[in-house]
Design a binder for this molecule. Structure first.
Ligand code: SF4
Length: 92
């Protein structure tokens, strides 16, 4: 009886190995997918931040105390992406 139990465990070793391999591959796949999603999210956010036009606007002061003389509350924020008061500087 005892030898039969040991023999049975020996038969399941390849199956257990395959299950562990599938589990490890699943975890690695999820980590890779999560990393790729994180990188895509950072790239999307960086692209959005680069579309803020304030640094090229004539109303932008470059002073942190008053960033913009026209709309200081939205200067250098995502709300300024479609700012109606945007005027490109003439010296660029
Ligand atoms: S006027 Fe609009 S685009 Fe220009 S600096 Fe102010 S918030 Fe930015």
């Amino acid at each position: 009886m005892f030898q039969f139990a040991i023999h049975s465990v020996g038969l399941f070793k390849p199956v257990l190995f395959q299950l562990r391999l599938i589990g490890a591959c699943s975890v690695l796949g999820l980590c890779g997918w999560s990393l790729a999603a994180c990188i895509m999210d950072v790239a999307r956010q960086a692209k959005k931040m680069h579309s803020i036009p304030c640094t090229k606007c004539r109303f932008f002061t470059g002073d942190y105390r008053l960033k913009c003389t026209a709309n200081p509350s939205i200067a250098n924020t995502e709300q300024a992406i479609h700012c109606g008061d945007y005027q490109e500087t003439s010296n660029s």
